[in-house]
Write a protein that binds this ligand. Structure first.
Ligand SMILES: *Cc1c(COP(=O)(O)O)cnc(C)c1O
Length: 396
């Protein structure tokens, strides 16, 4: 019975390959960090991880995970509301709410699930979701799962957002939904203006802080800190898989009644397994570290500033960034691939992105900075970029 679809899949896969869009997994055989080892044996500097605070292999998180394993075992074998909630899940939820200054938090297996499960319990046909065009795939999927009317505004375009708010004016409830930091450009959503429009048009606000939490704002508390708008965002979603340790886990944090309703009706929460104790224990330790010192955030901010400035000085075309994402614009798809390949030979691991991941003619190399990078790592990368950039005629 498998024959027909097998032929179809083989042809589709061939088409993907021929279009140059086939995704290969790149295999590393070391822990995640600034310096990683590839299966070829090559040791390279990693500039493409979401390891913004350098916590992926931090001894304190590894130790906390081990202790939780010893103390609470490996798995929960249950969803949260049957027998999958330990005191430590509640502790982590409380720590997340404290960190963001929100009323309550609900944990998920991943932020993909948090976004997938946030809309359907809250919004129906009479309501309107007004979403940024560059929002993450999991937001798009989450919106698809609910019956609310959908409006899409151009990335960070406030005139367009206002237009869409007017179009949605008859809706019962309205919510503006945006990523805090957009992953391909590194720009930050203009939250001050979004708050003003939300107040003018009586809309709620949801922010996905996956690339901004731990990263933006002086103490890493995300866009509500950066724009000084604490208490004005109704729903925040985030991940434990990027700055916050790089493991696994997602969360929704915000207004009390919203979180309470999600515990009643959010499907990825009700019908998927509880986070394992090791991930929860490491998460608790991570939020304790965040409140003890600001060293990692400070180092990340210094590293980003240093790198971006040196790259601009070298003559590269860098997208204005307010995050730890630095997009080196090349515009040409093939050039982005050639440049990434040459950089890898120089020991710098970065990825070139091109259509359809970014708009046509907007190919780039995305560099992600980390608190794990030392000055010598940054200098090595900057020198390699300059060398390869000259070879390829990107800079003079
Ligand atoms: C990475 C990311 C997600 C998914 O987070 P996971 O916890 O890995 O599922 C969701 N939204 C945004 C904006 C992201 O960058």
């Amino acid at each position: 019975m498998y024959g027909k679809i097998k032929d179809y899949l083989q042809k589709e896969l061939t088409d993907i390959r021929e279009a140059g869009l086939y995704k290969e997994e790149r295999i590393i055989n070391s822990p995640q960090g600034a310096e990683i080892t590839l299966t070829s044996g090559a040791e390279v500097l990693n500039f493409c991880a979401n390891n913004y605070l350098g916590l992926s292999n931090h001894p304190r998180l590894v130790e906390a995970a081990k202790e939780s394993l010893d103390d609470r075992g490996f798995g929960m074998s249950s969803v949260r509301f049957i027998c999958g909630t330990q005191d430590m899940h509640k502790t982590l939820e409380a720590k997340i709410a404290e960190f963001f200054g929100t009323e309550d938090t609900i944990l998920y297996a991943a932020c993909f699930d948090a976004n997938g499960g946030v809309f359907e319990p809250l919004f129906g046909e009479q309501d309107a979701i007004i979403s940024d065009s560059l929002n993450h795939a999991s937001i798009i999927d989450g919106v698809r799962l609910c019956k609310a009317q959908r409006f899409r505004y151009q990335n960070a375009d406030m005139a367009d957002l206002e237009e869409k708010l007017k179009e949605a004016s008859t809706a019962r409830f309205k919510i503006i939904v945006t990523d805090g930091v957009f992953s391909m450009d590194g720009n930050v959503a203009p939250m001050d203006k979004i708050v003003a429009l939300a107040e003018k048009y009586d809309a709620m606000i949801m922010v996905d802080e996956c690339h901004s939490a731990g990263v933006v704002g002086k103490t890493g508390r995300g866009v509500t800190e950066l724009f000084n708008i604490r208490g004005k965002v109704d729903i925040i979603t985030g991940t434990l898989g990027k700055a916050f340790g790089g493991g696994i886990g997602g969360f929704t944090t915000g207004r009390k009644e919203i979180i309470e309703m999600l515990r009643q009706r959010s499907r990825p929460y009700l019908f998927s397994n509880s986070l394992i104790p090791a991930a929860v224990g490491a998460g608790i330790e991570m939020f304790d570290m965040m409140t003890e010192t600001n060293e990692l955030q400070d180092k990340l901010h210094e590293n980003t500033e240093y790198f971006v400035k040196k790259m601009i000085d070298a003559g590269f075309d860098i997208k204005p960034t307010k995050s730890a994402i630095c997009a080196v614009m090349l515009y040409d798809a093939k050039l982005s691939q050639d440049m990434a390949a040459k950089l890898l030979k120089e020991g710098i691991y970065v990825i070139g992105f091109y259509y359809p991941v970014v708009a046509k003619g907007q190919a780039r190399i995305r560099v992600q900075l980390s608190a794990a990078h030392e000055r010598e790592h940054l200098d090595k990368a900057i020198n390699a970029f300059a060398k390869v950039g000259k070879e390829l005629g990107v800079i003079k």
